[in-house]
Design a protein around this ligand. Structure first.
Ligand code: ATP
Ligand code: MG
Length: 492
């Protein structure tokens, strides 16, 4: 079976899709020439199975033969296990992330063959280990009193555990069938384990604020931007794997339907190749208006126009992840509905929210204009800060310290202060953006830009390897631009 030994990488497999999906296995580690020379001779396989020559007793390098798929956790080795994990995390962060383009992911998923299933498992087990290691490094760089906070420390534990699981699978010597099964099981389990991460982190930050331990709001904001962006990315790849290769994961394939390279199917996993952006907007508007009516017994009408764009009839279509687009639109409509209803309290009818959707050669642009009284320039500097909200704090923050079943998907109309920053991350994930401009005492315009060409839509990923990205202090604070400048495709 084809595996990734990293330092002695075999020739790329024959399938073109996989060559694209697994492009740069051996271009590591980062650092100066000496450290490259030193680390370059060590494979990750050896790293997680320290040789007998090493002073410490060797730790298990593979999953015990009698374990069941999914039963992937090492026995608790206490401080020794911790030390092993710490070293492994550090080593994995020397490996670059492999950002994918939307087109690559879509093309790869169009061929849900057995071969591609194996390649997807191999890619995910290793890439997830690397991405999780980078995220762990980000968390570790937080000040110690932040790490000691119970919610933050819970989040840290989840990431350590998931990293450990993936690192073990990535380097296991199981048969191809077992390896694929373990990886897919783990992908599913990690998705579930990490579902409450946003809410748990939010509770942690709230607690730090309340005790006065939060000394660097902007630094924390930048940490959260990087951390949540990584989370969005890894969850997207996981969900893509589970949906595209569902038949193999369930062991339902006979082989007959394996290869369908010319698949004209509209959906490739979570990607819609002909997403009707206006339809997603209509759906999001309806949901936001329902919430608004629930709270204020009224809601503004939403008028969507799609001026003709070059070369396309009808409403503009886009290759995109509709669930991401829906999230963005839903948050923006909730904000506009709330602003209009509160600003025009008692007026009937309420002034409508106007939406314009236009597709150009490079971008698809969406403008949402409301007459909800606008935002002052001073406030505009705050609105993309996590936890900035002019609404009442939602009861889940006040009463509930157990966010297991909650995530931001079931948010009330407003109050978390996560709507805009998280939506901007969804927009930026594949190279787009979200900006807001406003006229105080009048209204607000939100602009969403998405890449029109899926080949240009490359994952934007923060990397803990870049020293300037570490969370240190407000004096040495990185700007978000460091990892957002994607003009030359990828900095890795
Ligand atoms: N269209 C708008 N008009 C006026 N103010 C707005 C508008 N959009 C956002 N704001 C302001 O920006 C703040 C932050 O918005 P954001 O969506 O991030 O959080 P929220 O709406 O308060 O809570 P939630 O995370 O639940 O959405 C809002 O509380 C509001 O004061
Ligand atoms: Mg909001």
């Amino acid at each position: 079976m084809w595996r990734l030994p990293y330092t002695a990488m075999p020739a790329a497999p024959t399938a073109a899709a996989c060559r694209v999906l697994l492009p740069v296995r051996q271009k590591l580690p980062v650092g100066n020439a000496a450290s490259v020379a030193q680390h370059g001779s060590r494979s990750l396989t050896r790293l997680v199975s320290p040789g007998a020559s090493q002073q410490q007793r060797p730790l298990p390098n593979r999953v015990p033969a009698n374990r069941q798929p999914g039963d992937l956790i090492l026995p608790d080795l206490g401080h020794r296990r911790r030390a092993w994990l710490s070293t492994a995390v550090l080593e994995y962060t020397k490996y670059s992330l492999n950002p994918q383009t939307l087109k690559t992911v879509a093309d790869f998923g169009k061929v849900p063959s057995k071969d591609n299933f194996s390649k997807s498992c191999t890619f995910l087990a290793t890439e997830a280990s690397i991405r999780l290691a980078h995220m762990i490094q980000e968390i570790r760089a937080l000040p110690q009193d932040h790490l000691d906070e119970s919610h933050i420390s819970q989040v840290y534990e989840w990431y350590m555990r998931s990293f450990e699981d993936f690192a073990l699978v990535a380097t296991s010597q199981d048969s191809e069938r077992d390896y694929n099964k373990s990886t897919s099981f783990l992908v599913n389990r990690v998705l579930e384990r990490h579902a409450p991460v946003v809410m748990t982190t939010a509770l942690g930050i709230r607690a730090l604020r309340r005790t006065g331990a939060m000394r660097d709001d902007q630094g924390m904001n930048e940490f959260l931007d990087r951390f949540f962006m990584s989370r969005i990315a890894i969850r997207f790849l996981f969900q893509q794997h589970l949906t595209v290769f569902n038949a193999y994961i369930q062991d339902e394939t006979t082989g007959a339907e394996e290869v369908n390279p010319k698949s004209s199917s509209r959906w490739v996993g979570a990607i819609d190749q002909h997403c009707n952006v206006a339809a997603v907007a209509r759906h999001a508007a309806e949901s936001a208006r329902l919430l608004c009516e629930d709270k204020y017994l009224d809601s503004p009408e939403v008028i969507i126009t799609t001026p003709p764009s070059s070369g396309e009839d009808g409403e503009p279509e886009l290759v995109c992840v509709p669930s991401h687009l829906y999230h963005i639109m839903f948050e923006l409509f909730k904000n506009s509905c709330r602003a209009v209803t509160e600003f025009h309290d008692g007026t009937t009818p309420l002034p409508p929210i106007e939406v314009t959707i236009v597709k150009g050669t490079n971008d698809l642009g969406i403008r949402i204009s409301d007459r909800g009284g606008g935002i002052s320039q001073r406030e505009l500097n705050e609105i993309f800060s996590y936890h900035y909200s002019t609404a009442e704090e939602p009861s889940i923050f006040a009463d509930n310290d157990n966010p297991q079943a909650s995530d931001m998907n079931h948010a009330p109309l407003a109050g978390f202060g996560y709507g805009l920053p998280v939506s901007r991350l969804y927009a930026r994930y594949f190279g787009g953006d979200l900006t807001i401009s406003s006229l105080e005492n009048h209204g607000t315009d939100a602009y969403v830009h998405l890449r029109a060409n899926p080949l240009d839509a490359t994952e934007v990923l923060p990397s803990a390897s870049s020293p300037e990205l570490s969370y240190t202090s407000s004096l040495k604070r990185p700007t978000v631009k460091h990892w957002l400048s994607q003009d030359t495709h990828t900095p890795y």
